[in-house]
Structures are given as structure tokens and as C-alpha cells.
Design a protein around this ligand. Structure first.
Ligand code: HEM
Length: 151
């Protein structure tokens, strides 16, 4: 990888992470509480509109986020194949594992939607789980550069 491509990939990764994490935060911290204050019929119309937009935008954001992430991770290939005793590599592997689990959630949601099994309860649980994942991912993404294991 050329020296110039790392900052480009990092910027793309960061911008996509911002859009993805922002959307998850909005759905969990804003939309869930609005649902309790707005008539059900109006809320259904709003959710239909938001859903259409999110279903169009998020696949692009997720594919770009993961592609840039794998491009960045390739830079640390040697450390990732021998992570023992290396806090950075261990935390990065954990972050990648959590990100793969988020991708699994995305596939599960698509499957439920396709089979018309995506109930409101499942949607809430899925969003809450993805919310917890992204909080941990962001903490690991920053922590991996600063956390040191004590001998
Ligand atoms: C839900 C998915 C993901 C989110 C929300 C996410 C978020 C982030 C964030 C916020 C950073 C910190 C950037 C910075 O401030 O420097 C970061 C860094 C990083 N991410 Fe991700 N990420 C995700 C998936 C992935 C995946 C799938 C990979 C690799 C396979 C990956 C590899 C990396 C690497 C190597 C860095 C360190 C880059 C650096 O700062 O030099 N990420 N990620």
C-alpha cells in the first residue's frame, strides 16, 4: 500500500463510521422516544420514509466502511497474524470481530425483512444490540492506540 493511500482510507473509514454510528444512535436514542409521543399512524408514515432512505443508503455506507476497514487492517497484517502479547493487535482483532457481528445483524435484518418476520420487538432488540456493538467498537478503535497491558 502506498504511503498516501492510508490517510485516504482512514478518512473514508471515519466518514462512513460517522454516518453508520450516527444513524444507529438516532434510531435508538431519538426515534424510540419519539414513538411514544406521536400518534401511531403518523409514526408509521415517518418510519416508512426513514426506512426507505436507510435501506437505500446503509448498504453503500456499510460496504464502503468495511472495504476501507480491510484496506487499513492489511497495513497491520504481520501484527494481526501474531497478536500474542500485542495489545494493539488483540484490541483490533476484537474490534474486527465485533464489526463482523454487526454485519451479521445486518444480514439477519435483511433475512427477517425478506420473510416478513421483522416485528417491532425484533427491530428494537436488533437496534439495541447494534448500538452496544458500535459503542464498544468506537471505544476499541480509540483504545487500541492507547491501552497497554501491565506485565
Ligand atoms: C461497524 C463497523 C466499524 C466501525 C463503526 C468502525 C469505526 C472505526 C473508528 C471510529 C476508527 C477510529 C479512526 C480514527 O479516529 O483514527 C476506526 C479505526 C480503524 N478501523 Fe474500523 N470500524 C468498523 C469496522 C472495521 C473493520 C471491519 C475493519 C477491518 C477489517 C476495521 C479496521 C480499522 C483499523 C485498522 C483502524 C485503525 C486506523 C487508524 O486509526 O490508523 N474497522 N474504525
Amino acid at each position: 500500500m502506498s504511503a498516501a493511500s492510508y490517510p485516504v482510507l482512514l478518512t473514508i473509514h471515519l466518514l462512513c463510521a460517522l454516518m453508520f454510528v450516527g444513524t444507529v444512535f438516532f434510531e435508538v436514542l431519538v426515534l424510540d422516544s419519539v414513538r411514544r409521543r406521536v400518534p401511531a399512524e403518523a409514526m408509521r408514515a415517518v418510519e416508512r420514509g426513514i426506512g426507505q432512505r436507510v435501506r437505500w443508503l446503509m448498504p453503500i455506507v456499510i460496504v464502503t466502511l468495511f472495504s476501507a476497514g480491510f484496506g487499513l487492517a492489511a497495513h497491520y497484517g504481520e501484527q494481526l497474524t501474531h497478536p500474542a502479547g500485542n495489545p494493539f493487535a488483540i484490541l483490533l482483532l476484537l474490534k474486527i470481530g465485533l464489526a463482523c457481528s454487526v454485519f451479521g445483524h445486518f444480514l439477519l435484518a435483511s433475512y427477517w425483512r425478506m420473510c416478513e418476520l421483522f416485528t417491532l420487538r425484533r427491530s428494537r432488540l436488533l437496534h439495541l444490540s447494534v448500538f452496544c456493538h458500535v459503542v464498544l467498537i468506537v471505544l476499541l478503535a480509540k483504545g487500541m492506540f492507547h491501552i497497554q497491558f501491565i506485565d
